[in-house]
Design a protein around this ligand. Structure first.
Ligand code: NAD
Length: 444
């Protein structure tokens, strides 16, 4: 099958490389010439484990290519995927569909023969109808179908998620389009990944419902963590206690600094706006978004409290800046709010992240960037674990303690053990777990 992938970002590049690996002939098209030139030179513009090898292999074997010329590749394609960004629209939180609409216009002009146009970008209900209208306006003669095929991959595990998805959702009522989509995904459902064929609007909404539900789970456990801190309970044990119930499930029950990233913040907001427009408000999701927003700043205040109530003139060392490990993605990362809160309170922030620093430098220009975790901690008044990269899970704590000016550790990901940290002489603060001082107070 000949496939054109419009947009070579996190989703387009991973999807394109995986489709090529299934045996399809794929061209990833992007309007960013620097990105395409880099890809042609064999450089991968994002950090995603395994992507480098997958791209190299499929380029070498002639199934994967890159281009800026959309028309040429759409003309040849049997299926054209739209995988462009749908960020929050400035000002109102609706999804900004300008990239999707532009892609639709460009695609329309180049169509030839029956073509399936597949929206892989996360788009509000009704976007498929609009894409269809745009294409029909530009090319009343074209033979095409517009399908929704939302993507559920997670950055950091994107290739595994794409190749072994929990499900594939295909929204179409067009039989020919369903056959094309089934052919594209055949290697996966032969592998027993469930393929759900729904109406286009159902598929579009399914993606938002999934992300809103996951964001709700995270926010729920974060609020339980706050309560745990007040009552002297342990959120990790509560999470295990509820997560072992199959009806609840253990995933997405890790208390932390609030969700961030390129999807949950913008997708919850877009769902809220759509629901308001249709006069069916999703009040739970509205609360989730508001609680999460406040939480990121609250984490900054938690760090300040751990430093004795003031960070003015102090150096705070942050480990991890990306919104989660194994990605270089800084979009809506909790670290952005945390750094701003600390800098506003007069702190000097030093940071280290294994992959996120290049992008972080453009967003956080006042931060001092360190070469590694120990250089980051040197002379600092507190160490804060913001992102749970594996290399931060087994730090040499003796060396870390010697590096710090004051042995204060704020662990926003609960990757260390409070008793152990206290035994080692740290003042240790984590999320939703009784700190040792509190236990002593209760014993007394
Ligand atoms: P991204 O910003 O990394 O990539 C988008 C790419 O599209 C950019 O390279 C941009 O230059 C290109 N582009 C924009 N307009 C174009 C046009 N007219 N023609 C060709 N290229 C164009 O975005 P992303 O993270 O890959 O997200 C893409 C979509 O997938 C979004 O709707 C997002 O919500 C959704 N999604 C993302 C993830 C994720 O983890 N990143 C997961 C699931 C779904």
């Amino acid at each position: 099958m000949r496939v054109a992938m419009i947009g070579a970002g996190y989703v387009g590049l991973v999807s394109g490389a995986c489709f090529a690996d299934f045996g399809h002939e794929v061209c990833c098209v992007d309007t960013d010439p620097a990105k395409i030139e880099a890809l042609k030179r064999g450089e991968i513009p994002i950090f995603e484990p395994g992507l480098d090898d997958l791209v190299t292999k499929n380029v070498r074997e002639g199934r994967l290519s890159f281009a800026t010329d959309l028309a040429e590749h759409v003309h040849k394609a049997e299926a054209v995927f739209i995988a462009v960004g749908t960020p929050s629209r400035r000002g109102d939180g609706h999804a900004d569909l300008s990239y999707v609409h532009q892609a639709a216009r460009d695609i329309a002009a180049a169509l030839s023969g029956y073509t399936v146009i597949v929206t892989k970008s996360t788009v509000p209900v009704g976007t498929g109808d609009e894409v269809e209208r745009i294409i029909r306006d530009v090319r009343p003669d074209a033979d095409f179908a517009v399908v929704s095929n939302p993507e559920f991959l997670r950055e950091g595990a994107a290739i595994t998620d794409f190749k072994r998805p929990d499900r594939i959702v295909i929204g179409t009522e067009d039989d020919r389009a369903r056959m094309v989509m089934t052919e594209i995904y055949r290697p996966l459902y032969l592998n027993q990944s469930p393929l759900l064929v729904t109406s286009r609007r159902t598929a579009e909404l399914t993606k938002y419902a999934a992300n809103a539900f996951l964001a709700t789970k995270i926010t729920f456990i974060n609020e339980i963590a706050d309560l745990c801190e007040k009552v002297g309970a342990n959120v990790q044990d509560v999470a295990r206690g509820i997560g072992l119930d199959n009806r609840i499930g253990a995933k997405f029950l890790h208390a932390g600094p609030g969700y961030g990233g390129s999807c949950f913040p913008k997708d919850t907001l877009a769902l809220i706006k759509t629901a308001q427009d249709y006069d069916a408000p999703v009040r739970i999701v509205e609360s989730v978004a508001a609680v999460n927003d406040q939480r990121k700043r609250a984490m900054g205040r938690k760090i300040i409290a751990a430093c004795g109530g003031s960070v003015r003139g102090k150096t705070i060392a942050l480990l991890g800046l990306t919104f989660k490990p194994n990605t270089d993605d800084m979009r809506d990362a909790p670290s952005l709010s945390i750094v701003t809160t600390l800098e506003d309170a007069g702190a000097h922030v030093r940071a280290y992240d294994p992959e996120g620093m290049a992008f972080a430098k453009t967003l956080l220009p006042n931060v001092e960037y360190a070469q590694d975790a120990y250089a980051c901690a040197r002379g600092a008044d507190a160490l804060v674990i913001v992102t749970e990269w594996d290399i931060f899970r087994a730090l040499d704590l003796g060396r870390m303690k010697a590096a710090l000016a004051s042995p204060v550790v704020v662990d926003l990901r609960n990757i260390y053990n409070p008793d152990d940290m206290e035994r080692r002489g740290f003042t240790y603060v984590s999320v939703g777990r009784p700190d040792v001082t509190m236990d002593e107070t209760q014993d007394a």
